[in-house]
Ligand binder design. Structure first.
Ligand code: ADP
Length: 489
């Protein structure tokens, strides 16, 4: 049997996972990636170190599995999105650190385009924000000696991390990106699925720097650097890969990742749906000529609230304790709004700060911890509510992954408060799995989407148990807490 090698290049680590033909991970290797913080609000990484870490994990995973690259049927690649690399075509070396998605260093550049907000949204589905790649490329060209000249002369290439890894794995032969990564750059028109000349002009980015855009399932070329004839046949940004790895193939199917923050995506089918409530419209994937779109919303403080009660408040010793401590009491009327860095979708209130409501003389640690877990679920409900409205669809099943899905109390409360079935897959490495599924689909390892659905297994299913009346009452309390939080400024 041959295996699929999935490479998952994330913000804090690079991972390689070997999947067998049942979609089971058989071996994994991981290396930390160091983030650099040269100034307050700036986040960079050494692009070469990222490439080295990818090579390290590929070698390690094969060694640990006692296999060689010849045992690999194909390669799938998924990556942190938006992170920007510019390198020299001549030397193959980066000319600047990779600017990581979180970095705010190009905020001033974005301020220049406030007036173009609506055009940008209609073309890209995104908002003007330093988060996306365009202003980061601009920043690099502005801070490089003769940057603009070198770019215009065709000497420099731009790519998100997928492009960078593809370029390196193909020994510099292929400069390409997939549609999902392209759709996070602010330079890609998601309506006609092409780089947008007007946007490139706006940011003064020569189009000769841009990678060729390919479908997510596509033969990107031979990974000659590995001295083998294995090809890269599936590429997707991390959140889209998770949506695919969760087998959300149909319109209306959604997933939520409960990590430090939460990332919700819903498949909206073959047409982009534009939101006026702050959800992003993004390309979910392209297979053949068929493009699938998604709506995306995020919660800033998800599992991070559990870290907060552990590290700052010292109410629990480890994250797992939160589950049992929360269940040591009955539910109280305590609400905690973790607006530590403002509120995201659908409030978009940068100035809001966290608040606690409903304390009594009897409020105890358990109730406080419980309210913190519930706050994660309420915030996700806020996003789901606007998603259902914007997508004009009732979302009846939510597939979940991420570290905080280990918390059974949180998952049951989430199912209750959403009045939605929650499905937790057996393999929680859904991001890598999505890349593996996509690559396998392209190379014929999996004949079709149906065959993937068949092998996809779940470890837990949560059904809603709360009455609609109780949901209404509890959620009303949350909405009041949000309102009151936003008044305190
Ligand atoms: P990321 O990819 O953002 O680093 P992970 O998916 O690894 O996140 O999940 C880590 C997050 O999950 C942390 O914020 C942690 O507090 C939270 N977490 C881990 N275990 C639990 C648990 N049992 N209950 C609640 N939260 C948890």
């Amino acid at each position: 049997m041959k295996y699929i090698l999935a490479i998952d290049q994330g913000t804090t680590s690079s991972r390689a996972i070997l999947f067998d033909n049942t979609g089971k991970p058989v071996q994994i290797a991981q290396r930390e990636v160091t983030c650099l913080f040269p100034h307050s609000g700036w986040v960079e990484a050494d692009a070469l170190a990222i490439w080295v870490s990818v090579m390290d994990v590929i070698n390690e995973v094969l060694i640990k599995a006692n296999l060689t690259i010849d045992d690999v049927a194909t390669i799938g690649l998924t990556n942190q999105r938006e992170t920007t690399v510019v390198w020299s075509k001549k030397t193959g070396m980066p000319v600047y650190n990779a600017i990581v998605w979180q970095s705010r260093q190009s905020a001033d550049i974005c301020d220049n385009f406030a007036k173009e907000k609506e055009t940008i949204h209609q073309k890209t589905g995104l908002i003007i924000n330093p988060y996306f790649s365009a202003s980061k490329v601009r920043f690099i060209l502005d801070h490089l000696e003769n940057g603009q000249e070198r770019a215009e002369s065709g000497e420099l290439l731009f790519g998100t991390i997928d492009s960078w890894i593809i370029y390196k794995l193909t020994s510099g032969k292929v400069h390409a990106t997939d549609v999902t990564n392209a759709s996070r750059t602010l330079l890609f028109n998601i309506n006609d699925m092409k780089w947008d000349e007007e946007l490139c002009k706006m940011f003064n980015i020569p189009m000769s720097m841009l990678p060729t855009v390919r479908p997510s399932a596509y033969d990107y070329g031979q990974a000659t650097f590995l001295k083998s004839d294995v090809h890269i046949t599936g590429v997707l940004g991390d959140q889209q890969a998770a949506l695919f790895g969760q087998t959300c193939f149909e319109s209306g199917e959604s997933k939520n990742t409960y990590g430090t923050g939460c990332f919700l995506l819903v498949n909206t089918g073959d047409k982009p749906v534009f939101s006026n409530k702050g959800l992003l419209t993004t390309v979910a994937w392209q297979i053949g000529n068929k493009v699938t779109y998604a709506l995306e919303g995020s919660v800033f403080i998800g599992g991070a609230i559990v870290q907060w009660i552990r590290d700052e408040m010292q109410l629990i010793e480890n994250a797992a304790d939160s589950e049992k401590i929360a269940q040591m009491s009955h539910r109280s009327r305590v609400y905690i709004v973790p607006a530590f860095t403002g509120l995201g979708t659908p409030y978009w209130d940068d100035d809001a700060r966290g608040a606690v409501f409903g304390l009594t003389r009897g409020t105890n640690r358990s109730q406080f911890v419980r309210a913190c877990l519930e706050a994660i679920a309420y915030q996700c409900k806020d996003v789901m509510e606007v998603m259902q409205k914007d997508a004009a669809q009732n979302i009846s099943v939510l597939k979940v992954d991420g570290g905080a899905t280990k918390n059974k109390y949180l998952m049951q409360f989430q199912s209750d408060i959403l009045h939605t079935t929650i499905k937790l897959p057996k393999c929680l490495e859904t991001t890598a799995l999505g890349a593996a599924y996509m690559a396998g689909l392209q190379c014929g390892y999996y004949p079709n989407l149906e065959s993937i659905k068949k092998i996809h297994e779940y470890q837990a299913i949560y059904e809603p148990q709360m009455s609609k009346k109780e949901i209404k009452e509890l959620y009303k309390g949350w909405k009041t807490a949000i309102k009151a939080t936003r008044m305190f400024k």
